[in-house]
Design a protein around this ligand. Structure first.
Ligand code: PLP
Length: 356
């Protein structure tokens, strides 16, 4: 398998890929409902929650839209420090919500202090935050932020995009008091793209009942009503759910703590290499992601040439995302990637730099 060091879609184990080739079943059958229920139950451990897990046929952005349509009638505070949090803000505005922007420089974290200021004298129905900004490699301190929001604005619903963290970096939905946590299949969960998972708190679901025009496909109340019967409102991507069922077994067999440690070890290896080579890490120290490192291209490497060089060795890294495209590159260390894969990548990068 050629290792891909790009932050999604990531490599999928062949056993998991093959699980998709299982024969179809009627989706409204006891047999399929058992599989759906099993996967949904297992996924709770990843979210560290007792709340039910919704499995939706869409990518993560679909559930960003679901959060916006269901959990605010009007007012949203969008915390933005990169491309994916910016997208969530645009999702809010394009759904007609009055989204206010709390924007900090890319590479900087959203901090409780900044949120406290934004919340002052305001009464936002919901706040949106990205746990791990995949564009900048910044890990936002969600636990501290959630504590602050609970303290100063207790009715505000806290929604977290954990697309590039859930399954790689600890996130404790219940202990931190988060209302909605969403993720995509193709990042830390190491599945093919096409599914999104979310946990929604009771208070958020209760609030959603009062929100008009929630739409149909992404109506959380409709999704939850069906989930109670171990099903989905429309035909789900069944093959992906077969793969999810197996991949969750594999993840739990590795053990969440082991999985988190593996991600941390990979991040440390990449980040010490970056520093040793004289590059800058974009993310501020203390807020660096454990699943993806965004490297400021201070040595002016030709990224296209670098990727061609890596591709000849069956490896890939990612360009910078959005406005960082020509100024940075990204090394993902998430999913099924192992320390030995990272070592192989770093040797190849050394070789490329040496011949420059
Ligand atoms: C990849 C990513 C998204 C977009 O997810 P899709 O599954 O492509 O819709 C959103 N947020 C973050 C943090 C991401 O890394």
């Amino acid at each position: 398998m050629a290792p891909m060091f790009v932050p999604g879609p990531v490599d999928v184990d062949v056993e998991v890929l093959n699980a998709q080739s299982r024969a179809m079943l009627p989706h409204r059958s006891e047999e399929f409902e058992t599989i759906y229920r099993r996967a949904s139950e297992k996924a709770k451990q990843l979210f560290q929650t007792e709340a039910p897990i919704l499995i939706a046929t869409c990518s993560g952005t679909g559930l960003q839209e679901a959060a916006i349509r269901n959990l605010a009638k009007q007012s949203v505070l969008s915390c933005v420090n990169g491309a994916f949090s910016q997208r969530w803000f645009e999702v809010a505005r394009s759904n007609g919500k009055q989204a206010e922007l709390l924007e900090v420089e890319w590479g900087q974290p959203i901090t409780p202090q900044k949120i406290a200021k934004a919340l002052q004298g305001k009464n936002f129905e919901m706040v949106t935050l990205v746990h791990n900004e995949t564009s900048t490699g910044v890990l936002n301190p969600i636990e501290q932020i959630a504590a602050l929001v609970h303290q100063v604005s207790p009715d505000t619903i806290i929604c977290i995009d954990a697309v590039s963290s859930l399954g790689g970096i600890p996130i404790k939905m219940d202990a931190w008091g988060l209302d909605m946590v969403l993720t995509s299949s193709q990042k830390c969960l190491a599945l093919p793209p096409g599914l999104a998972l979310a946990a929604v708190s009771d208070r958020a679901l209760n609030y959603a009942k009062e929100v008009p025009d929630r739409g149909w496909y992404f109506d959380l109340i409709r999704m939850e009503t069906h989930r109670n019967k171990d099903s989905t409102p429309a035909t789900p991507a069944m093959s992906l759910i077969f793969a999810l069922d197996l991949q969750l077994d594999r993840i739990l067999k590795e053990g969440l703590e082991n999985r988190f440690s593996r991600h941390k070890a990979m991040a440390e290896l990449v980040q010490s290499w970056v520093k040793a080579k004289g590059f800058q890490i974009l993310a501020e120290e203390g807020y660096r992601s454990l699943t993806v490192t965004t490297v400021s291209n201070s040595l002016n490497l030709d990224i296209a040439a670098l990727n061609a060089f890596l591709l000849a060795k069956d490896m890939r890294i990612a360009e910078g995302y959005g406005k960082l495209k020509n100024h940075s590159f990204r090394i993902a260390h998430m999913g099924e990637t192992q320390l030995a894969d990272i070592q192989e990548l770093l040797s190849a990068l050394d070789e490329f730099i040496a011949q420059k």
